[in-house]
Design a protein around this ligand. Structure first.
Ligand SMILES: [Zn+2]
Length: 230
């Protein structure tokens, strides 16, 4: 086995990680659906979903540990004679076991998407319980709707966001598709991508700074559904 084939296998594994992340977003969105339908932030179904989140978290960490051990060990044998490659499998396995032995339940809980899951469930529950009833037709509600509509506008596309992502560094929101395309385009030209929000001093927006905001996405969808009704 050559080192280049190891690298291509690793990149396949890394793309699996993207799918694990997408799966975690989906589980979180189902949880918000339950909060919305049941009007509670504490029920067996939600506990089950949290367990699923922790399983995904473990899978994600396992992939990280595996990639790390392969990277470390291949770096060591790169300049050694070919027979060192034979021992690579064992040394990767040992290093992987070492890394995984240091992973605790706390690490699973600390996964950014597990943290976001819990935050969005409680945030969404608080918001849903504060929403005035649909029958209340007063001026305040109209103002609230108008204000929230402007917040849902993407500074890049100037239209309502479909998949809002929040920038963890400057807290600004953009539509996922638009911002990823802009970042990639700028990076292809070896340039940084500056946050498009007027007055923002963030001059280097990275893909890793962005986090899908499922609560906002649901609010946008709900508002669209309600305005379609009236
Ligand atoms: Zn910004």
């Amino acid at each position: 086995m050559s080192l280049s084939s190891v690298q291509s296998t690793l990149s396949t594994l890394k793309s699996c990680q993207t799918d694990v992340g997408g799966c975690m977003d989906m589980v979180s969105d189902v949880a918000l659906g339950i909060v919305e339908a049941q009007g509670t932030a504490d029920c067996p179904a939600l506990n089950k979903l949290e367990e699923m989140m922790l399983e995904c978290s473990r899978l994600d960490i396992e992939i990280n540990c595996f990639v790390e051990s392969v990277d470390e060990m291949t770096a060591q044998v790169r300049h050694e004679p070919p027979d060192a490659m034979v021992k690579l499998k064992d040394s990767v396995r040992n290093r992987y076991n070492e890394l995984m032995a240091g992973v605790s339940d706390v690490d699973l809980q600390r996964h950014s998407k597990v943290v976001a899951f819990k935050d969005s469930v409680s945030k969404f529950y608080n918001q849903a319980s504060q929403t005035p009833t649909e029958n209340a037709e007063d001026l305040d509600e109209d103002i609230a709707v108008t204000q929230s509509q402007t917040n849902f506008i993407c500074p890049l596309t100037q239209v309502e966001m479909v998949n809002p992502v929040r920038n963890k560094k400057c807290q600004h929101y953009y539509d996922q598709e638009a911002v990823l395309e802009m970042i990639q385009r700028r990076h292809r030209n070896k340039k940084k991508f500056r946050c498009p929000k007027v007055g923002c001093g963030n001059t280097d927006v990275q893909q890793s700074d962005l986090e899908l905001d499922l609560v906002m996405r649901r609010m946008i969808q709900n508002q669209k559904r309600q305005s379609g009704k009236s």
